[in-house]
Ligand binder design. Structure first.
Ligand code: GLN
Length: 497
């Protein structure tokens, strides 16, 4: 096996720039790795062998011509199958879009291509990004490289598993309620949900438009920052895109200095219901932050207790509307169109055949919450809770620079364990959801293995809107201190696939 696949994106970037390796060689090493292990992991729904090699060759040519290239030019990446890719299948983990080949690229994909980043393929996900385990994919689950019988988190389990299995050094995810951060936590990788509006949503299949955000995933804080700076920035094609400079995330990731910083531990995120090993590693990380010169205070955000309930009204309401366009007429699947049925019957047969149980559950919940007579009682009430959560954050950030909590209440659970219990599944995002409701940025970073099961635990760092750089500054400081303590990155202790 090529040693190249073990290296971080920033190390690979240096080797490429020095001319020590070519992008074709690097890309081939990752494609070989995918061919060797993805039968077991199932991180990918589609691997683009030819396209990846062709883009790698193009970057190598540009480099030999002396063209100015960005730092990640020639580095391969795994892309969540929710972003539209011209000429490449985009299924969103659903039968509904099986066989659909988008005629255009999402803005993020355009930015990746312009930066010379090589797209290896499309990664597995819960159908329409609904879930915390990737078990709701219509194409079968992804397996966690730490233990193949366990979930890799969700909805972006394919992206996080591809990093942990060394199939890709970089990946892209989307996070509506935790789908970047929770998979990062349970696979021992790094994931960031940027400030809402920081990264374009154009060409991203919508789950809940007021919550969805594309973000970078990597194995180190610096790699994640490098990718963040490639994908972020204003896009006139997205009406919610923020038109101001991208926070200086790469500089922050290189700095990692938190002396004198005020860090708040959120009282409501971390008590009952959190696995003891998760709490233990989190408490130890707090001590490390303190030893680096940060001032730790406890902060209370009382409205967070209602975040999950509010989210599971707002999200289904928005997705019931967003998913109305999947009707068998415009894209993808069409069922029952044999000339004997009306348009309405074809639409209804298509939706019954194309959507899985979790998607149907949320559409029913959403249409109910939005229906006349219930709108104020459910959707309206949830929006009020959302405003209270944003106020709790605002009050907290008046006292502290960043907030922290465990990312997820438990380590990776067994495949099948929570599949028949939607509420148990929803609880995985109890700590990540407030961030989406308030539109602020959040990061998950590995902080060790839980003693009881030897599985990765993540810490969540949260910052005010457009202060994404603070996540990287704190993350880099903590990562450096933990690396010094452990002597090796967390993934080196994975038995592996
Ligand atoms: N697990 C959460 C849900 O099922 C979050 C999903 C996401 O962030 N896309 O809605």
């Amino acid at each position: 096996m090529s040693e190249l696949i073990r290296k971080d994106a920033s190390e690979l970037s240096a080797l490429l720039q020095a001319g020590d390796i070519s992008s074709v060689e690097l890309t081939q090493a990752h494609l070989d790795r995918i061919d060797a292990v993805d039968g077991k992991v199932h991180a990918f729904l589609h691997v683009d062998h030819q396209g990846a090699i062709a883009s790698a060759r193009a970057v190598d040519e540009r480099r030999s011509n002396g063209d100015a290239l960005g730092p990640l030019a020639g580095v391969p990446l795994a892309l969540k199958d929710i972003l539209a890719t011209k000429g490449l299948p985009t299924t969103v983990g659903s039968r509904m879009l099986e066989g659909w080949i988008p005629p255009y690229d999402a803005t993020v994909v355009t930015k990746l291509r312009e930066a010379g980043i090589v797209i290896l393929g499309k990664t597995n996900m819960d159908e329409f990004a609904m879930g915390s385990s990737t078990e709701h994919s219509a194409y079968g689950p992804t397996h966690n490289p730490w233990d193949l019988e366990r979930i890799p988190g969700g909805s972006g389990g394919g992206s996080s598993a591809s990093l942990a299995a060394f199939e890709a050094p970089l990946a892209i995810g989307t996070d509506t309620g935790g789908s970047i951060r929770q998979p990062a936590a349970v696979t021992g990788t790094v994931g960031v949900k940027p400030t809402y509006g920081g990264v374009s949503r154009y060409g991203v299949v919508a789950l809940a438009s007021s919550l969805d955000q594309v973000g970078p995933c990597g194995r180190t804080v610096l790699d994640t920052a490098l990718l963040h700076s490639v994908i972020a920035g204003h896009d006139p094609m997205d009406q919610t895109s923020i038109n101001s400079p991208v926070p200086a995330v790469v500089e922050a990731a290189k700095r990692g200095d938190i002396a004198g910083m005020r860090i708040g531990v959120v009282k409501e995120l971390g008590g009952d219901g959190y696995q003891s090993g998760v709490r233990q590693r989190f408490d130890e990380a707090v001590v490390v932050l303190q030893s680096l010169g940060a001032q730790i205070v406890e902060v209370s955000c009382p409205s967070f207790d209602f975040a999950l309930a509010a989210y599971y009204l707002i999200l289904p309401s928005e997705c019931s509307s967003n998913l109305a366009k999947f009707d068998g007429i415009r894209f993808g699947l069409r069922a029952g169109d044999d000339g004997t049925r009306s348009v309405e019957q074809v639409m209804s047969q298509t939706r019954a055949a194309g959507f899985g149980d979790e998607v149907i559950r949320r559409i029913i919940l959403g249409t109910y919450a939005l229906s006349a007579g219930y709108y104020d009682a459910y959707y309206g009430q949830a929006q009020k809770v959302r405003a209270l959560i944003a106020q709790d954050f605002a009050k907290a950030f008046a006292q502290v620079d960043v907030l922290i909590s465990p990312t997820a209440p438990t380590t990776a659970f067994k495949i099948g364990e929570k599949l028949d219990d939607p509420l148990a599944m929803y609880l995985n995002d109890i700590a990540t959801i407030p961030v989406n409701l308030a539109g602020i940025p959040g990061m998950s970073l590995p902080i060790g293995l839980a003693p009881e099961d030897n599985l990765p635990v993540g810490i969540q760092i949260m910052a005010p809107a457009m202060a994404d750089d603070r996540l990287y500054n704190v993350g880099a400081a903590l990562e450096r201190a933990l690396l010094a303590q452990w002597g090796a990155p967390i993934l080196s202790s994975m038995a592996g696939v």
